[in-house]
Design a binder for this molecule. Structure first.
Ligand code: G6Q
Length: 471
């Protein structure tokens, strides 16, 4: 199957990707999240300037700030140590830090992390009501700093803080991560509290950048750095390994095989650890936003399938829920099983049970159970068809030694590189997201109508729904 990758000139595409070419052509940008985890001595150029010193200046800034907050030398407006951190951001400015901080909860610092993403005021109230304004730090994350949800939530949080601690507290309690320094200034955040981002990092690939500030606060800067090292190790594997032994390449080709030749519409992600319970949601964005495209790089509508649906839940819970359909339904669902040889808390009896399920499921999905075996078990003849399992259901097992910042970095980067390879194989642009941009425009027009109680032309369904809402 690697012949297809060669025919699609994957190696050349990889050189452009790692080398900083404008491969995000529809936005005129390079795609360099790999540079965010490159060592200090590397030289990667954008517009003929080596970006690595700037990358490491931000990593150093993240390390010293997070260390200061953790040890209390950076404190609240009245000199107290912070106890809680609220990450305000959405999409790529939320899902990565939220997923990683759950995944690395075992390594957590004393700071409690919270995530405010949805513009839903009930969600905002639920987060704020349990916090003490005097010891809460807000990290406002928005690459553009124009996102409605994030600005609304940050404004509400600011009022909440000012009501208790006064206007002066904003300087100590708010930091921002963005490319838009002007908007941050307008919002009232101290320029000294700004962590910069670059436009060559896409939101959904940005957890390695200053977007990962909440991660460094939540699990400590050393663990954040280990995660970067893990991701870099996977980048090196991807860049330097023959295609047929290259993990992201083989995974992408396997996905293409089932997607394009077997009609599989989705892929399930089943981590056998509760720590990774947000991984499917994180990958949903990474994979579906990147490769959910129906126009090829020449602008033609494709006549083949591209990005698949991503979904999943941790095992063993998912076994008691949707595995029925995977085993005996009419849909073909390739599944990734992600497991660990060692538990973190040392409860080996639990871990053996967990992993026995892990191995048993993939074996059962592969082998199934024939009529003959069912009959041999003495099942009543009328029930035989219901107890037969066709088998031959594809699974990929990813077995990792232990869930650490290093191995997690490798795992996430592995999926990032898989996304890249798929985009090359399908000849689509993986790094834009015009579908997401559309949503941002649509809501702002309707919001003006709702607020100003003004009617304008819509289809009949939307008009009557708005009438009911405004009544
Ligand atoms: C990610 C997407 C999208 C983006 C959010 C938030 O790749 O572009 O999920 O991250 O819309 O955007 P801001 O960071 O600009 O607020």
């Amino acid at each position: 199957m690697t012949a297809l990758a060669e025919e699609c000139q994957l190696k050349e595409a990889m050189n452009h990707y790692f080398g900083g070419s404008m491969i995000n052509a529809t936005e005129g940008r390079a795609v360099l999240h790999t540079a965010l985890r490159a060592p200090r001595n590397q030289d990667i150029r954008v517009d003929d300037e080596n970006i690595i010193p700037g990358v490491h200046a931000v990593i150093d800034q993240i390390k010293s700030f997070s260390q200061g907050v953790i040890d209390g030398s950076i404190s609240s407006s009245n000199g107290q140590a912070f106890t809680d951190v609220v990450n305000i951001g959405i999409g790529g400015s939320d899902l990565g830090p939220a997923m990683i901080s759950e995944a690395l909860a075992y390594y957590k610092t004393h700071l409690n992390l919270h995530f405010m993403s949805n513009v839903d005021g009930d969600h905002v109230s639920e987060v704020l009501q349990n916090l003490n304004p005097e010891t809460t730090l807000f990290v406002v994350v928005s690459k553009s700093f124009t996102t409605q949800e994030t600005l609304s939530n940050a404004t509400t949080a600011k009022h909440w803080l000012v009501d208790s601690c006064g206007e002066k507290a904003v300087a100590n309690h708010f930091v921002a991560v963005s490319t838009n320094l002007q908007m941050i200034n307008d919002f009232g955040i101290d320029p000294n509290n700004v962590f910069p981002m670059n436009d060559w990092v896409g939101g959904r690939f940005s957890l390695w950048s200053a977007v990962g500030l909440s991660i460094a606060l939540g699990v400590g800067p050393d663990h954040f750095e280990k995660m970067l090292q893990g991701a870099h190790a996977m980048d090196m594997h991807f860049a330097n390994t023959h295609l047929h032994e290259n993990i992201p390449v083989v995974l992408a080709l396997t996905t293409l095989w089932y997607n394009n030749f077997y009609g599989a519409e989705s892929e399930a992600i089943i981590p056998y650890t509760q720590y990774l319970h947000r991984l499917p949601a994180y990958l949903q964005q990474g994979i579906m936003e990147s490769n959910g495209k129906s126009v090829d790089r020449e602008g033609n509508t494709v006549d083949y399938q591209t990005g698949n649906l991503i979904w999943g839940e941790p095992g063993t819970n998912s076994q008691h829920a949707f595995f029925q359909l995977i085993h005996q339904g009419t849909k073909l669902i390739p599944a990734h099983f992600i497991g660990f040889k060692n538990p973190l808390h040392g409860k080996q009896d639990h871990h053996d049970k967990l992993m026995a399920n892990f191995f048993a499921q993939t074996e059962a999905l592969m082998k199934g159970k024939s009529e003959e075996v069912v009959r041999r078990e003495g099942v009543e003849e009328s029930l035989v068809p219901f107890k037969v399992f066709a088998g031959n259901k594809p699974t990929t097992t990813i077995l990792i030694d232990k869930l650490t910042p290093l191995s997690l970095g490798k795992l996430v980067a592995m999926y990032e590189q898989k996304i890249f390879v798929e985009g090359v194989l399908w000849n689509i642009y993986s790094y834009d997201q015009w579908g997401v941009e559309l949503g941002k425009e649509l809501a702002s027009t309707i919001l003006k109508e709702i607020v100003n109680k003004k009617k304008s032309a819509h289809d009949s369904s939307t008009s009557s729904l708005l009438r009911v809402y405004n009544r």
